[in-house]
Ligand binder design. Structure first.
Ligand code: DGY
Length: 326
């Protein structure tokens, strides 16, 4: 029987590619840039499987371009780039990569939280400039972390890990839940409180976003949310950029409505809202939440295992539309 053909839209860690190559002919886009829509459609025309990234839109036109497709594996836990209902309508399985990047992403959120509160990037710049005059009692005064209230928006896997990591800082934890369901781990281990969104905004000293991007979370943080937050509060986003209205964030940061923000994701990636990079009370990372060697390797292996299962007509481990197998 002919080996299936697989296309991978960008170089990913070898472990997953090697695994796939045991059973399939694999082509990888080795250029260090996202494929264009035209290139993608051309490459996948005779493919049975595709591994893609959050930079690819997986929609009806994508599925039409690959008539022999047996499944699509996302190399990401977030899947707002996939039209899952459309895949389901076509009885095509699609998968993502949860769990394997949970700690890496939560650690990145902590890096942002600490960096923005303690003005790490500004301080580093002064040292590099050669202009540091020596220790001064009024230099780079930042915000306290220990004992402050941490608000988690989206207490799923990564939000839970973020909250658990706060134990060393003795932080009271508040969280919201779109389903209204309590998080048993957070309740039992941290005595956390499930609160309405408005209360979380008003009470938190740090707010960390871990919610998926959906129509109801798009621009969840806009002018009204920033007005409700404490003027001394910091916002951290390692989820998806469009959860924040970046123009409103820019205005809030300029007006001192909040103390600062640590961002790993952006509303219009890879573009940055003009003005944001000029502010000193923001720390900006290039979407590296899952960027540790082990998380990225595990993502590649999980995506490969998912795709191999789909090629064999089996349900992948982390399937986004398992109902197609009912
Ligand atoms: C994800 O997995 O959704 C991240 O944004 C990329 O690793």
């Amino acid at each position: 029987m002919a080996r299936p053909k697989v296309y991978i839209t960008r170089e990913i860690p070898r472990a997953g590619i090697d695994l796939l190559r045991q059973a399939a002919d694999v082509e990888v886009n080795t250029e260090d840039r996202p494929v264009t829509r035209e290139e993608l459609f051309e490459r996948i025309a005779d493919c049975q499987g595709v591994i893609g990234l959050l930079t690819e839109r997986i929609d009806a036109a994508f599925f039409d371009a690959a008539p022999g497709l047996k499944g699509y594996a996302n190399y990401a836990v977030g899947f707002d780039n996939i039209d899952v209902p459309e895949a389901t309508r076509r009885k095509l399985p699609v998968s993502n990569t949860p769990d394997v990047l949970t700690n890496a992403t939560a650690e990145c959120a902590w890096a942002l939280l600490l960096a923005v509160a303690r003005r790490v990037v500004e301080s580093d710049a002064v040292m590099r400039s050669g202009d540091w005059p020596g220790w001064g009692p009024m230099q780079f005064i930042g915000g306290d972390v220990s004992g402050k209230t941490l608000g988690i928006v989206g207490a799923g896997r990564i939000g839970t890990a973020m909250a658990r990591m706060s134990r060393g800082f003795d932080m009271p934890v508040l969280y919201t839940s779109s389903s209204g369901r309590r998080n048993a781990v957070l309740d039992a281990e941290l005595n956390a409180r499930l609160v309405p969104f408005e209360e979380l905004l008003e009470q938190s000293d740090f707010i960390s976003l871990h919610t998926p991007l959906t129509p109801s979370t798009r621009h969840l943080f806009g002018a009204e949310a920033f007005r409700r937050m404490k003027r001394t509060a910091y916002l951290v986003n390692t989820a998806r950029g469009p959860v924040i209205d970046e123009q409103a964030l820019l205005a809030a940061l300029r007006a001192g409505e909040i103390a600062g923000a640590g961002l790993d994701v952006y509303e219009h990636e890879p573009a940055l809202t003009p003005g944001l990079a000029e502010l000193t009370n923001v720390v900006l990372l290039p979407h590296i939440g899952s960027g540790t060697a082990s998380a990225r390797t595990d993502m590649s292996v999980l995506a490969a295992r998912n795709l191999l299962a789909m090629l064999e007509g089996k349900k992948p481990e982390t399937c986004l539309n398992p109902e197609i197998y009912d």
